[in-house]
Design a protein around this ligand. Structure first.
Ligand SMILES: Nc1ncnc2c1ncn2[C@@H]1O[C@H](COP(=O)(O)OP(=O)(O)OP(=O)(O)O)[C@@H](O)[C@H]1O
Length: 343
């Protein structure tokens, strides 16, 4: 089977049917090596099932999951290749953190001293001998991460690791994962809240109801929804015309009488307004809320309360879907000689 060059992880047309529930539907995406990639989707959108299929823990109904270009179960050194946190930690409450990890060091064939090394790495070095039963949720999350790090893996797969972390814990996790990827390794991290991982990830794979909605860089997603300047002016229509004749065609009359102008800055707008003898009463910079973009992409998974469709909160004309929104890009289609995962 042909894999995408430079892919640490790859889903090729993965589908999983549980009885009548189609948890994952023809899902293809690539996690490039050396990136922190966010795997985003609402609850029940198929993230955990996909991660399990990638790691050979759930058999796909069709399609394949690849790790470094091959099914994970064929990997020669699994613990050195992938460290995964897929479930919340189950740890004996009376067992110390170090003792808990030493159960795994033996199983994966690394020296016991590695237990203390990884506890230090995740900031639990000082509590290595304390019973894990007394750990806070954040400490338990760190202990779970320590377990995944034992084999010093090339690839980390973390299912909702930010769950239950306070802002300080989230900031710590962000720095940790960024440093991990900066050393050439790869991180795939799932979440149902974009804001939780927005500062951490370079790439995003967004799913809804088991299907791909977007894959690409977070910078690309952001750039498709440019910031705007909201302008209160004495004659908005005249200003819009003056802007257009200066090549700034992306302005929009807002319900409150202001105009929203994308593609330029307040100083340029002020200069054009002055030339056109339009008085400006005030300008405000507005930045897109990526969480709203995410919510609008994944709306429809539930018949629940509607979500705001426009990330700016105003009318949506002029703002098309970002690249990647819709079917997977052609370049991620299964290769021609790929047989649909039949082996
Ligand atoms: N073993 C299973 N048997 C039957 N249905 C399942 C099974 N595992 C998952 N599902 C269903 O598949 C769908 C996707 O679940 P999955 O846990 O993969 O989503 P998720 O995005 O990880 O959700 P969450 O964020 O809530 O964990 C859900 O409808 C879920 O109920």
């Amino acid at each position: 089977m042909t894999s995408y060059p430079g892919a640490a992880l790859e889903a090729q047309a993965l589908t999983k049917q549980f009885g009548t529930v189609r948890a994952v539907s023809d899902l293809s995406f690539v996690v490039p090596r050396g990136t922190v990639t966010g795997f985003l989707g609402p609850n029940g959108s198929g993230k955990s099932t996909t991660l399990r299929m990638l790691l050979g823990l759930v058999a796909p109904t069709s399609g394949v999951g690849l790790v470094n270009g091959a099914p994970f179960r064929t990997t020669e050194h699994p613990a050195r290749t992938v460290g995964a946190v897929l479930d919340s930690l189950s740890v004996h409450p009376k067992r110390s953190a170090a003792h808990h990890l030493k159960i795994y060091t033996a199983a994966i064939g690394v020296p016991d001293s590695r237990a203390l090394d990884v506890l230090r790495l995740v900031g639990l070095g000082d509590v290595a001998d304390r019973a894990a039963g007394g750990f806070s949720l954040g400490m338990r999350q760190r202990l779970t991460l320590a377990t995944a790090l034992l084999g010093d893996p090339e690839i980390l797969v973390l299912d909702e690791p930010a769950n239950g972390l306070d802002p300080e814990g989230i900031a710590w996790l962000r720095d940790f994962l960024k440093a991990y990827a900066a050393s050439g390794r790869t991180v795939l991290i799932s979440s149902h809240i974009l804001r939780e991982i927005e500062q951490t990830v370079d790439n995003l794979v967004i799913v809804s109801a088991g299907s791909l909605k977007y894959q690409g860089s977070i910078a690309q997603l952001r750039s498709t929804r440019p910031s705007r300047v909201l302008v209160a002016a004495s004659d908005p229509a005249k200003l819009a015309l003056a802007l257009a004749s200066n090549g700034f065609n992306d302005s929009q009359l807002l319900p409150d009488g202001r105009i929203g102008v994308a593609g330029t800055d307040a100083a340029t707008i002020a200069r054009i307004a002055a030339d056109a003898q339009v008085t400006i009463f005030g300008t405000t910079s507005e930045h897109v809320d990526l969480e709203q973009v995410f919510l609008s992409m994944t709306a429809g998974q539930y018949n629940a309360a509607p979500v705001q469709q426009n990330p700016y909160g105003g009318p949506q004309q002029g703002y098309g879907p970002p690249p990647g929104y819709g079917p997977p890009p052609q370049s991620y289609a299964p290769p021609q000689n790929w047989n649909g995962g039949q082996r």
